[in-house]
Design a protein around this ligand. Structure first.
Ligand code: 6CS
Ligand code: FE
Length: 296
């Protein structure tokens, strides 16, 4: 079933986007849990929850002390960050570090964590295969200065700009600081992973140089968001203590508001992709994005 504001014909790619002047909502054509019998740490209830909502909270993925240690390492990386390095993204208007990408390759502590079986076994179970890291980043969202991430589906970007063929990837967001209602926790739309929103507009050249600060292309329009949020049971804020985590499907609609509190909201994001879903030429027809954003 497709809901569209204008009838448009798309190429064979079921997830084509940014091809027309108007948006279109189409049904996901991929499974969410790729192999129901694949052994792993999640129980039936958790798998059913992820299948239904496209997201799952995990109370204590790592211990509190470990989270505090990781936060200290993250803060040191931010303090030493070189703003001329492409993998370091500053907040709009300079000043604070917004994101540090590819920590699974550049820092020993985070490399070990990203490959830890507590994370990898969960990804393997949901994706039903061996996995590799597509992208990692620390989003710092500092107190008072951390700006928002507008609503988006990661998959729409990874498909169009990185060449990720199917919806067989997931993100893990690990809280290194407390995530509470006032410091810009991740907000997600449960159930939105089953609808793919083709976005209107096109992709600017070197889009990532602006999209990582403030994404304006490949983001859904307001009436598309209204449709999605009305179809699901509203918006869920992923609050939790240091060490807690939230898993979300590559197509789950999410975003976060600016941080007006004094408390940093610093999270590690690790994206696992199935080895059966390796990147091909970007579906948007532009050159692939750099390796710090998408491991090829
Ligand atoms: O473009 C990307 O890959 C990044 N952008 C956002 C807003 N979320 C996913 C990822 O970090
Ligand atoms: Fe995202």
């Amino acid at each position: 079933m497709t809901t569209s504001s204008t009838k448009t014909t798309f190429s064979a790619d079921p997830y084509a986007s940014r091809l027309a002047e108007k948006w279109e909502a189409v049904e996901r054509v991929d499974p969410v849990i790729w192999n129901d019998r694949y052994a792993g740490p999640l129980d039936r209830k958790q798998l059913d929850r992820f299948q239904q909502d496209g997201l799952l909270s995990i109370e204590q993925l790592v211990g509190t002390d470990e989270a505090h240690e990781l936060l200290a390492t993250a803060k040191r990386l931010a303090a030493e960050a070189n703003p001329n390095d492409e993998s370091i993204v500053m907040e709009p208007g300079g000043g604070a570090v917004r994101s540090i990408f590819r920590v699974h390759r550049t820092n020993e502590r985070f490399r070990a964590l990203c490959g830890d079986s507590r994370l990898v076994e969960v990804a393997r179970q949901i994706l039903g295969s061996d996995v590799y890291i597509h992208q990692s980043r620390i989003n710092f969202k500092p107190g008072f200065t951390g700006k928002e991430f507008f609503w988006h589906s990661d998959f729409e970007t990874w498909h169009m700009e990185d060449g990720m063929p199917r919806m067989r990837a997931l993100s893990m967001s690990l809280s290194l600081t407390a995530n509470h209602l006032f410091n810009g926790p991740l907000m997600l739309v449960p159930g939105s992973h089953r609808t793919y929103l083709r976005c209107a507009g096109e992709t600017p050249d070197h889009h990532y140089r602006s999209s990582l600060k403030k994404q304006e292309y490949g983001v859904p329009s307001r009436d598309a968001l209204r449709l999605l949020i009305e179809r699901s049971d509203g918006i869920q804020a992923a609050t939790g203590s240091p060490g807690s985590a939230i898993l979300f499907d590559c197509n789950t609609m999410h975003g976060s508001v600016a941080n007006l509190s004094p408390d940093d909201r610093t999270n590690l994001f690790v994206v696992f992709n199935s080895i059966e879903n390796k990147l091909v030429e970007p579906f948007g027809g532009k050159p692939p994005r750099p390796a710090f954003l998408a491991e090829r």
